[in-house]
Design a protein around this ligand. Structure first.
Ligand code: PAF
Length: 311
């Protein structure tokens, strides 16, 4: 099976490293910047929950600065988009070049809207909904730290491929230790992940703490209240999300499983990069305004995270 990992930051590098260890998987790993260059020149080190070294002789590392290798066009079975939410349309265009006629794609970005952007570029028949709660960060270029074992969920979207089409990829993800499962309601899957991210990411980023610190009762209560605001919007949009008791359990479980992770928003802020706040809490605020529902906690978190950039 030929898999392309497009946008190999922390999460993409984790998936690349684990998938490279599955027999029969051929990988194209597309990265950029100093991390991409280091991988292409010297390979990729995995540390944390598991250790591995992926040499640049075992897989093909391509670089954004150089472009996709022409020989890979039309050869890929599955494209995994693992970049930031803001890169989705661009990465979906790369997937379009790489996928073979039956090839399919999924986006593991945080936030609302990325699956729709993939569909716009690739068509609904080629796109799965997908989420990941694995925690990963990059201590230095060429190194990825697996900080928390999470889950990978693939799901179907209206007009999209189903479990039968996803099965070969689900099998490979299982062998890679990425804990996959299938959801018949991909939209609910995406929302459940968004609710976790709006609760965890801005608070951990603003407080400058690892995810586990949000288990402290005062921070947990703020995180859960932020999540409840988002849940109200999901319910008004008739998305089949769990009740509050289950949402609270899921939040606690992800915080516990990724306790030592530096969440992606804190990584972005520390690296001076744009955050994903506009696809997360800002998207909740906008949908709330449309529905006439106030989301004051989300609004405040958006303002504070944005102020970090302006300042
Ligand atoms: O964005 C992140 O960092 C991750 O989605 C998660 C699951 C919150 C772990 O840190």
């Amino acid at each position: 099976m030929r898999i392309a990992i497009l946008g190999s930051g922390s999460l993409g590098s984790l998936y690349a490293s684990l998938l490279s260890q599955v027999e029969g998987v051929e990988l194209l790993i597309h990265g950029r910047g100093s991390h991409g260059a280091e991988m292409a020149a010297h390979g990729l080190h995995l540390e944390g929950m598991s250790t591995h070294f992926l040499s640049n002789e075992e897989v093909f590392f391509s670089l954004e600065e150089v472009g996709l290798p022409a020989h890979a066009s039309g050869t890929i079975d599955f494209a995994l988009l693992t970049g930031k939410a803001g890169q989705t349309t661009y990465l979906a265009e790369l997937a379009r070049q790489l996928l073979n006629d039956e090839g399919m794609a999924l986006s593991l970005s945080n936030g609302l809207g990325h699956a729709e952007q993939c569909i716009e570029v690739l068509g609904p028949q080629r796109v799965f909904a997908a989420t990941s709660t694995h925690g990963a960060w990059r201590p230095s270029p060429g190194v990825v730290h697996w900080a928390g074992k999470g889950k990978t969920v693939l799901g179907s979207l209206p007009g999209g491929p189903g479990e039968t089409e996803a099965k070969p990829l689900l099998d490979v993800l299982l062998m890679a230790g990425l804990e996959p499962s299938w959801s018949s309601d991909g939209l609910a899957t995406l929302w459940k992940k968004v609710l976790l991210n709006i609760a965890i990411n801005p608070l951990a980023a603003l407080a400058g703490v690892e995810n586990g610190a949000l288990l402290r009762p005062d921070l947990f209560s703020s995180a859960f209240s932020t999540m409840q605001e988002g849940a109200a919007i999901a319910r008004i949009e008739r998305v089949a999300i769990p009740d509050d008791v289950e949402l609270e359990q899921q939040l606690r479980q992800v915080l516990t499983a990724t306790a030592t992770n530096i969440c992606s928003m804190l990584q972005d802020i520390r690296a001076g990069r744009m955050t994903e706040i506009s696809s997360l809490n800002q998207a909740i605020v906008l949908r709330g305004e449309r529905a006439g529902i106030a989301t004051p906690l989300n609004k405040m978190l958006v303002a504070m995270v944005n102020a970090l950039h302006v300042g």
